[in-house]
Design a protein around this ligand. Structure first.
Ligand code: PGA
Length: 226
């Protein structure tokens, strides 16, 4: 029988937080909470830690057969070579299935341009990584072949003031209808209290969570309430 339930994406973006011990403790806590979440089969949990924790988390996830997949927060716009400090797509792919590209923090703090972001997307796609491409509104260019877009209005990121579910839904619907994006997420100050207001909207396929994912108990609440 065909299921009419949509898959809800729950993406945890740790940004530049945590140490190895904290990363492992986070996963251990989440692992304990997951079996109690009855709607787990309808959810796709993607955790995006800083690069150094990808191998540790991957081993733990595999060893405990956890229903969690990994994503990176960035990728080099170049293939391997003399690019000091860069982590290339092939290296990311050893540990992760997803990569966040175009986050407003990278556009703002690291001056990432549309041109550079296009190169990153190309590299990621070239090795089979799925790109979660972030846009701040309807006007931002989306590179070809991107299937997951996160609508993340700057005023809502890290401010404690999310967009309204109605407005977020209207933008997500636009991205699906006009830009033919398959999966559209909302991001910006999502918490366990309001996550369902967003995920219950038919055009919103999930959420990208920053601050509220850092505490594992609070991310578990988001997973169960979504
Ligand atoms: P926030 O971050 O949940 O802390 O607002 C969201 C994001 O930057 O993706």
């Amino acid at each position: 029988m065909l299921s009419l339930m949509k898959t809800t994406y729950l993406v945890a973006n740790w940004k530049s937080h945590k140490t190895t011990n904290e990363a492992t403790e986070w996963l251990q806590t989440i692992a304990k909470d997951l079996p109690a979440i009855s709607t787990l089969s309808e959810k796709k949990i993607i955790v995006c830690p800083p690069f150094p924790y990808l191998p540790t988390l991957k081993s733990y996830i595999n060893d405990h057969a956890l229903p969690i997949v990994l994503g990176a927060q960035n990728v080099s716009p170049f293939e391997e070579g003399a690019y000091t400090g860069e982590v290339n797509a092939r290296q990311v792919k050893e540990f992760a299935e997803f990569v966040i590209i175009g986050h407003s923090e990278r556009r703002r703090e690291f001056s990432e341009s549309d041109d550079l972001l296009g190169k990153k997307v190309k590299q990621a796609q070239g090795v089979g990584l799925t790109v979660i491409f972030c846009v701040q509104g309807e006007k931002i260019a989306i590179p070809n072949g991107v299937s997951i877009v996160a609508y993340e209005p700057s005023f809502a990121i890290g401010t404690g003031t999310p967009d309204t579910p109605e407005n977020a839904s209207a933008v997500c619907e636009y991205l699906k209808r006009e830009k033919h994006i398959e999966t559209v997420l909302y991001g910006g100050s999502v918490t366990g209290k309001d996550v369902h207001m967003f995920t219950k909207m038919p055009s919103i396929d999930g959420v990208l969570v920053g601050k509220a994912c850092l505490d594992p108990a609070s991310f578990s609440t988001i997973i169960s309430h979504a």
